[in-house]
Design a binder for this molecule. Structure first.
Ligand SMILES: [Zn+2]
Length: 90
């Protein structure tokens, strides 16, 4: 997964993992997806990266005891990116 780090002062985009981030992160990551760029806070970037690793490790089928540690937003995003990479989109 490729991403770009941006200063939160340089973007109005926000991470969708929670309704509000307090305090607002100083840096955000922008990843590219099939449906366009997605902005993530550092926690979401780390969680997404870890879940994609789990998906790779298990051929897309990690145990529920693993996925339960990730929120729906990150699980949906990881599924979308993982399926896209299987189809050769990335
Ligand atoms: Zn977030």
């Amino acid at each position: 997964m490729k991403y770009e780090i941006v200063s939160s002062e340089d973007t109005i985009e926000v991470c969708q993992c929670a309704s509000k981030h307090v305090p607002r992160p100083l840096r955000l990551a922008v990843i590219r997806t099939k449906t366009g760029p997605v902005t993530l806070c550092p926690t979401s970037l780390m969680n997404l990266s870890q879940l994609l690793w789990e998906l790779d490790l298990t051929d897309g089928d990690p145990l529920g005891s693993i996925t339960k540690h990730y929120g729906k937003y990150i699980r949906d995003l990881a599924d979308q990116i993982y399926e896209g990479s299987e189809a050769g989109v990335h």
